[in-house]
Design a protein around this ligand. Structure first.
Ligand code: G4P
Length: 530
């Protein structure tokens, strides 16, 4: 096997998604720990140090008021080279979070066992489902009071319309959490308080028929109820089908406690066994094989002003095929120009490092003198191809924005357009009115503050912002439709994006139903691929 093939084959690139507080950071840290990328001393203290280490970069941005990074961490584990894409939660939630999922080959969904599916999980799941990437579920915090595992799985199936397959099964929860039953090995891994916070957990292993030992470990009552559960699960006759997992139709479910480091290593091992090396990517004319020796990549995120003194931008690329080499001449398809990337960077868990080479599946950050846009393709000269664009996702918050100083028209227009081109905000205007008002749409409200901050510091423009009552936006798919003639609720507003696409802003879901019902043939889309 060629070296390139070997390198690509051992890569696994996935995103971790969750609603804030479900335990994404904790799980990520434990995964990094297994890769030896960070060292934890004791649970609490170590965790704080580790968190500091992995998120330093974000801290820097926070001080500048810009906190929109989806960071990437790479580590090695048992011969695999793993790239974890972190998707920020809380108010950092932005379109970047969605775009990050475009660069992943699979997703790990962390769910709080007491809460089940929460709003952010729902939004992120939708994007994963749109791409049909495999989704693995880690149900966390079993050491606390939790909902019934049956109920949690049923919720996943009903809400997300996917199958679930429990890879392990929890034995009790909260104070009574005794461990998990590994369905593949047909063995019990008993949880021991003693292991709390240790680096590597070697759980006590025990077979289901070792009654005496089990009674000692988990007690007769839990042993009996576990035996009943296993009988029920095995009897359900629902076979595990790896192909269904790979198509994103069946989610393997793991139970555990990230904080106590319980169930994390078996999860990682199973996960690595089930996931695939980098997946092929669709270009406009073909399917690009990751093992093709020719390098190709697409830009999925642009981070402005990493270093304010230089006003620089970093473009993050996902390598889709072949090997990347520093300083080699490549070709930027959209710019129509050759290109040499002298300082490619990679985040190696703790720090940004300049790298000499990278392979399909990896994410690299390159200095962007203002030439890249989201979705751009970089490839080898003479081997030109163009990846499908990254969809624009529907914003959820809208505001009308105007400049305070009427003299600063040029700066205002330039600034707002550039920030929109980076994909941090979306801008719309009302057609045929000549009004100078700009409507800004964002996925997370923090983006409004980022916009305000950046217009002021980078372009010297102060703005006035007025919230608008819209919550939903749809792109109009029909080319020939005359929008002013549509039958719409009075509060529905027609706008265009800066590429001239027609959109409708709605205040409530029923207004969309109205539009569809009253205008036969009208087609509305939740995201746009232009
Ligand atoms: P997030 O990235 O998804 O937002 O969640 P994060 O890992 O920060 O975890 C949120 C809180 O839940 C943290 O507590 C964390 O310690 C706790 N947690 C994570 N996994 C488990 C688990 O398996 N069991 C229990 N009981 N708690 C868990 P915090 O008090 O908010 O933060 P910290 O002070 O511990 O850092």
């Amino acid at each position: 096997m060629s070296d390139i093939r070997k390198e690509i084959e051992r890569r696994r690139t996935f995103a971790i998604i969750s609603h804030p507080d479900a335990g994404k950071t904790t799980l990520t840290e434990k995964l990094l720990l297994y890769g030896g990328a960070i060292q934890l001393a004791g649970s609490v203290k170590g965790k704080a140090t580790a968190r500091h280490a992995v998120s330093d970069w974000m801290e820097l941005e926070k001080q500048r008021g810009i906190s929109i990074t989806s960071s990437v961490m790479q580590f090695e584990y048992e011969g695999y080279c793993i790239n974890i894409l972190d998707t920020p939660g809380h108010q950092d939630f932005s379109e970047d979070t969605y775009r990050t999922l475009m660069a992943a080959d699979s997703a790990v969904m962390v769910i709080d066992a007491a809460k089940g599916i929460e709003p952010q999980t729902r939004k992120l799941f939708k994007i994963c489902a749109m791409r049909h990437i495999p989704i693995f579920t880690f149900i966390n915090k079993l050491d606390r009071e939790a909902r019934s595992p049956y109920e949690l799985m049923e919720e996943l199936e009903n809400e997300f319309g996917i199958g679930t397959y429990p890879m392990n099964w929890p034995i009790g929860c909260g104070q009574e959490f005794k461990g998990v039953y590994d369905r593949e090995r047909r063995e019990i891994l008993a949880f021991s308080e003693f292991h709390r916070g240790q680096n590597r957990i070697r759980a006590i292993e025990c077979r289901l028929d070792e009654t005496e030992k089990l009674d000692e470990l988990i007690g007769p009552r839990l042993r009996q109820s576990l035996a009943d559960d296993i009988e029920l699960l095995d009897g359900a006759g629902f076979d595990f089908d790896i192909e269904e997992v790979r198509k994103g139709r069946l989610s393997p479910v793991f139970f555990g406690s990230a904080l106590n480091n319980f169930g994390v290593e078996p999860f990682l091992e199973s996960f690595l066994r089930m996931t695939m090396p980098p997946l092929p990517r669709i270009s406009k004319d073909d399917i690009v094989d990751p093992f093709d020796e020719h390098f190709s990549a697409f830009v999925f995120k642009i981070q402005a002003n990493m270093n304010k003194a230089h006003r620089d931008r970093i473009a993050f690329m996902r390598i889709c095929s072949g090997r990347f080499e520093r300083d080699k001449e490549y070709y930027h398809v959209q710019g129509g120009k050759p290109l040499r990337l002298a300082q490619p960077q990679q985040l190696m868990a703790q720090e940004r490092a300049i790298i000499d080479e990278a392979y399909a599946g990896d994410i690299i950050g390159v200095f962007d003198p203002g030439i890249f846009s989201i979705g751009d393709t970089i490839c080898e000269k003479g081997q030109e191809l163009c990846f499908e664009g990254i969809p624009t996702f529907a914003p959820e918050h809208f505001a009308s924005v105007e400049r305070v100083d009427t003299m600063k028209r040029k700066q205002f227009e330039k600034g707002i357009l550039q920030i929109a081109q980076e994909g941090a905000i979306q801008i719309f205007h009302e057609p045929q009115t000549g009004v100078e008002e700009v409507i800004v749409g964002v996925v997370g409200v923090l983006q409004f503050e980022v916009l305000e901050y950046r217009l002021k510091t980078e372009y010297g423009v102060d703005i006035r912002r007025r919230s608008l009552p819209y919550e939903l936006v749809r792109w109009v798919d029909n080319e020939d439709v005359r929008i002013p003639e549509l039958n719409l609720t009075s509060d529905t507003r027609w706008v265009q994006d800066f590429k001239g696409n027609n959109l409708l802003l709605f205040t409530a879901p029923w207004c969309i139903d109205w539009a569809l019902k009253k205008n036969e043939g009208l087609r509305l889309r939740e995201f746009n691929r232009d």
